[in-house]
Design a protein around this ligand. Structure first.
Ligand code: ADP
Ligand code: MG
Length: 295
């Protein structure tokens, strides 16, 4: 994929260099940009997330893992203000997110939902352009900075060739990259991604993860839900394991991804060995029953 260069819109990003790969804290002295305080999240009467407190370290690549239905997407929605907490609150740059204007929030934080609903008959270029909405003002409808941001986002996700195609006609993987382009076009310092590699073949999945790693290196703070533990361990600087709507472990992947944790959280007996490429934990599921005799 093309290296993400962003677009020049007068904002400075990446002013902080040294991201602290492998540690749970952001660069010294930087306050957590996104904090959940004692969140309780529910659908009607069903409580899904219980009294959860979480800090997203500044400049981190935070990855949330956990079994299906444990509340990962629900948590991400609350962090992005698309779900109102039953109790507790979310602080964006120290202020309650619920009290901030939607456009103000959208200039700081973008969310790629797990299953975004594609507006009917929209083209790729038009959908990606919607990412610029929070940057538009009454007296400044569309600018060269908007066009540059859209172009850069489409190049980074390799969807420029699809610009005039209706989104509805694309494959699942292409559509996923278009939605990612829209989130990138929003040019926010905080990017929340719910299973961004779903539907992608292994090569495209790796490309998207490498793109996210570059965005992180350039200074953005990322929060992603990933179902692939090995990807999570490879790319996260801060890993959060959820079970039944509660945080059961968090910290650097090397500390969080253990055989005991995987068994406890996912109910999966496994071995954890060093990833031969990166040295990060690699989860190898065990097979049930007696092991075949060595030959
Ligand atoms: N819109 C909704 N209405 C009612 N229940 C929901 C809704 N979305 C999710 N849930 C339920 O909340 C629980 C957590 O879901 P979710 O956060 O999507 O889990 P995860 O992303 O970890 O797989 C699940 O039991 C799911 O069925
Ligand atoms: Mg989910």
């Amino acid at each position: 994929m093309t290296r993400w260069t962003g677009a020049t819109n007068g904002t400075t990003r990446g002013a902080t260099t040294g991201t602290t790969t492998g540690t749970a804290t952001g660069p010294a002295g930087r306050a957590a940009p996104l904090v959940a305080e004692r969140l309780t999240l529910a659908y009607d009467d069903r409580v899904v997330v219980h009294d959860l407190t979480l800090e997203v370290p500044a400049g981190s690549f935070t990855v949330v893992i956990g079994p299906n239905g444990c509340g990962k997407s629900t948590l991400l929605r609350a962090l992005a203000r698309t779900l109102r907490p039953r109790d507790g609150h979310v602080l964006l740059h120290g202020r309650p997110i619920a009290e901030q204007r939607p456009k103000e929030v959208a200039r700081r934080l973008a969310l790629l939902p797990q299953s975004p609903v594609t507006p009917e008959a929209i083209t790729v270029a038009d959908l990606v352009a919607r990412g610029r909405y929070p940057h538009q003002r009454v007296l400044r409808p569309w600018s060269t900075a908007d066009a540059a941001a859209v172009g850069a986002a489409m190049a980074a996700t390799e969807v420029a060739d699809l610009a005039e195609r209706p989104v509805a006609e694309l494959s699942g993987g292409q559509r996923q990259r278009v939605w990612l382009a829209m989130a990138l076009a929003q040019e926010t310092d905080l990017l929340l991604l719910d299973e961004p590699t779903t539907y992608l073949d292994i090569a495209h999945a790796v490309e998207v993860m490498e793109l996210l790693a570059r965005l992180h290196e350039e200074g953005r703070t990322l929060v992603a839900v990933l179902h692939d533990l090995n990807q999570a361990a490879r790319y996260a600087t801060h890993l959060v394991a959820l079970r039944d709507g509660r945080v059961v472990a968090q910290g650097p992947p090397a500390e969080v991804v253990t055989e005991a944790l995987v068994e406890d959280v996912f109910g999966l007996p496994c071995r954890v060995v060093p990833d031969p490429e990166t040295g990060t934990p690699l989860v190898v599921p065990r097979r049930p029953g007696p092991r075949p005799a060595a030959v």
